[in-house]
Design a protein around this ligand. Structure first.
Ligand code: PEP
Ligand code: MN
Length: 309
């Protein structure tokens, strides 16, 4: 228990808060948000939106304001990007998740977005947190790359304290000495957040690893640890992307990942592991199950079958 975490803290026996985004219930069943890193063109966004919806995604992501390391890198299309997202929503019915980076933009970006994303670099931008708190919109609060769980929950507290109860947390990896991966994806935050907070937690394995081949295993691992949802970057032609081209799944890769996620979910639902990762902190063993998890998810990757056989 953290001393100053009041509104975000999970009280004994309290269930995970369910946040309703136009009928998509985050914190209830597994929710997958997918789409491009950046909105680049109408064709790219709408074709990606149609493909991720067909594969089973429940929300569309896409950045119109891109916080980039270099001021010379593509910064996003701004209003034009939001209008493209609006069109994609009308075509697919998928709610839109998009980042807001400036307090001055919160109210008008909120007219286009169903969920306002606060990026890792802005996690502790307290005036921005207060402003999105006042907006009352669902907020996806990413973990800052140098932040502890306590600091992250304090940031959620800023939003909640403005009277906005709609906060979704998202683990996206932290900076460590490891340079092989883009960030170190801290999956221990899934059960840790579930123990300390009633807010739902998502995982972003795209920024969390930065490596295409690691996105699927980390997504499956997050689901096994009880995550409430995933946010995944998908592009119709990743190699032509204007940002994060090496970590965006093709639509075919995403479809195959969704298939495996469904298999794993079925396995978990049919097994007695519903409390995995939840506040009870119960230890769960796979050993009594007769179902083979790799059969269930339709894959036989060495790492995965070794871990459970
Ligand atoms: C994003 O999701 O578009 C993004 C920039 O992620 P992060 O803030 O986690 O780096
Ligand atoms: Mn990105």
């Amino acid at each position: 228990m953290f001393k100053n975490i009041k509104l975000a803290a999970r009280n004994p026996g309290q269930k995970t808060t369910v946040i309703d985004v136009n009928g998509v219930k985050v914190g209830d069943d597994l929710v997958v948000i997918a789409g491009p890193c950046s909105v680049e063109t109408e064709k790219q966004t709408i074709e990606t939106a149609i493909a991720v919806k067909k594969a089973g995604a429940q929300m569309l992501r896409g950045g119109a304001f891109k916080p980039r390391t270099s001021p010379y890198a593509f910064q996003g299309l701004g209003l034009k990007g939001l209008k493209i997202l609006d069109k994609a929503r009308r075509e697919t019915g998928l709610p839109i998740v998009t980042e807001v980076v400036d307090t001055r933009d919160v109210s008008w970006v909120g007219e286009y977005a169903d969920v306002l994303q606060i990026g890792a670099r802005n996690m502790q931008n307290f005036s921005l947190l207060r402003e999105v708190g006042k907006s009352g919109k669902p907020i996806l609060l990413k973990r800052g790359m140098y932040s502890t769980l306590e600091e992250w929950l304090n940031c959620a507290e800023y939003i909640l304290a403005e009277g906005n109860p709609n906060v979704i947390l998202c683990e996206r990896g932290i900076r460590t000495f490891e340079a092989y991966t883009r960030n170190t994806l801290d999956l221990s935050m899934i059960p840790a957040v579930h123990q300390e907070s009633h807010l739902p937690i998502l995982v972003d394995p795209s920024h969390g690893t930065g490596i295409l081949s690691l996105i699927e295993p980390m997504s499956l691992a997050a689901v096994a640890a009880g995550v409430d949802g995933l946010e995944i970057e998908v592009h119709i032609d990743p190699q032509s992307a204007l940002s994060d081209k090496d970590q965006q799944l093709t639509t075919e890769m995403f479809e195959s990942l969704m298939e495996k996620l469904r298999g794993l979910k079925r396995f978990l639902d049919e097994s007695n592991v519903e409390s995995i990762g939840q506040a009870s902190g119960e230890r769960v063993s796979f050993s009594n199950n007769t179902t083979n998890v790799s059969d269930a998810i339709g894959t036989k990757t060495d790492a995965f079958s070794e871990a459970v056989d």
